[in-house]
Design a protein around this ligand. Structure first.
Ligand code: ADP
Length: 426
């Protein structure tokens, strides 16, 4: 039975948490969307349900999160984690406060901590204020976020506007004194009637101490950073053995391919590097603004090349070309056209024998995973920080997938991904 059950408010954030848990010794499976009532419980130490609830109306986010929580409880999980973004992406309408409150109520625990800190990625919390690098959250660029502009760096205030319950703070000086002091501070806040405690953290040592202090908490909320200390609690309690390879995946043989829909700078660079050694097809949606026709071109091109080397099919384009297509079709229609085309390409490639598939782009990954019918991803070793190989279940064939959020990965990410599998096979 899984030990830790998590509800994550978006897809790539869920993968990020999964990677953190595998790195710290838990076999982890990510489920896509609220699991069906009878869905098989994966053989894993941690299960992370990936929702798309970051920016949906609060009532919808609460409904989906509670459904996921209920499934995780039935699956036997002993502790629960609500994962959100390390920049605390939310508005005064939610969804962090409403979802956390609803989960607390369902679990009957009446108290939880909130810690989005992730020092490795330069997210730190000091005196309840969230910093991105050296800038306060509201001066970090996040104040201009299109969906959830973050205009206040005080998480006590931000959260206070999202919940009817009082929010407390466990400050830096207490966190510095270690797990015992943090535990006492949280107990005192709970006794004072606080339902939430924002907890400061500026280093991984702090995150480990917070994790230890929360060993007996039913619910923990935060970014993936605060999950750092949780696996050790289970080992200490004798519930989790020390595993030689918690990210072990079944070996899968077959052709290799990359499907890229991200137009982020990192992905454009990765495609540029791939051109030096791999066959790359650049789709031209301006010339062929038709998803089926674009996909047909790509499938015809890839057919003859599969097997020898990884093939790369990219819609990714520089900002001027993206703007041109958006002007022609409208922003949303342009995105949907490409997602539809790339999902069709991915489906056809798997039909033609591709068994190791890299997808570049968050939305693109969502479209591909949905089209392939993937329900769960067993998390393997990381290729680059935040991007693991995964074993996908639900598509009907054995399939390894790496789903890369646009800006992630080193310049040679694509060849590196496949080289890693060859290394594992050797
Ligand atoms: P990222 O993770 O980099 O944000 P996403 O896949 O989430 O990548 O988003 C990229 C979006 O851009 C997708 O909706 C995709 O369909 C769209 N897109 C890809 N190529 C083009 C293009 N040439 N013109 C316009 N939009 C594009």
């Amino acid at each position: 039975m899984p030990l830790l059950g998590s509800v994550a408010d978006d897809f790539t954030g869920a993968t990020d948490l999964c990677s953190m848990l595998v790195r710290n010794g838990m076999r982890t499976v990510q489920l896509i969307g609220v699991p069906a009532p009878g869905q098989t419980v994966p053989d894993a130490d941690a299960v992370v349900v990936a929702l798309k609830s970051r920016t949906t109306p609060a009532a919808e986010a609460v409904r989906d999160s509670l459904a996921a929580l209920s499934w995780l409880r039935d699956a036997g999980c002993r502790q629960f984690f609500f994962k959100y973004c390390s920049t605390f992406d939310s508005t005064d309408a939610g969804n962090i406060g409403p979802v956390g409150d609803a989960m607390m109520e369902a679990l009957g625990c009446g108290f939880t901590l909130a810690c989005p800190a992730f020092p490795t990625n330069a997210r730190t919390v000091y005196q309840g204020h969230l910093f991105v690098g050296s800038a306060l959250l509201n001066e970090s660029g996040m104040e201009n976020h299109p969906l959830n502009p973050m205009r206040d760096a005080s998480l006590v205030r931000v959260l206070g506007r999202q919940t009817p319950y009082p929010v407390g703070l466990v400050p830096f000086a207490t966190v510095e004194r270690g797990a015992g002091a943090i535990r006492d501070a949280m107990t005192a806040l709970k006794e004072q009637g606080r339902h939430w405690a924002v907890v400061d953290a500026v280093s991984d040592a702090h995150l480990f101490a917070i994790g230890e202090a929360a060993a007996k908490h039913a619910l923990i909320t935060g970014g993936s950073g605060v999950a750092l200390g949780l696996p050790e609690n289970f080992r200490r309690a004798g519930l989790l053995p020390v595993l030689a390879d918690p990210g072990a995946l079944p070996m899968v043989h077959g052709a290799t391919a990359v499907v890229a829909g991200s137009c982020s700078r990192a992905t454009l660079q990765q495609i540029g590097i791939a051109r030096q050694s791999l066959p790359v097809l650049q789709l031209d949606p301006l010339a062929t603004p038709d998803a089926a026709a674009l996909a047909a071109q790509a499938i015809a091109w890839a057919k003859g090349l599969l097997g020898a080397k990884p093939v790369v099919v990219a819609a990714s384009a520089a900002p001027e070309q993206v703007a041109a297509l958006q002007q022609k079709l409208g922003r949303e229609a342009a995105g949907t056209l490409i997602e539809e085309a790339l999902a069709t390409v991915a489906e056809a490639l798997v039909g033609l024998g591709v068994r190791r598939l890299v997808v570049a782009g968050g939305e693109t990954s969502g479209a591909v995973v949905t089209r392939l019918g993937v329900q769960s991803l067993r998390i393997g070793a990381e290729i680059d920080p935040g991007v693991p190989w995964t074993y996908a279940e639900g598509s009907g064939v054995p399939l390894l997938m790496a789903l890369k959020s646009g800006n992630f990965g080193a310049p040679d990410f694509f060849s590196k991904s496949f080289a890693m599998l060859e290394g594992a096979a050797a």
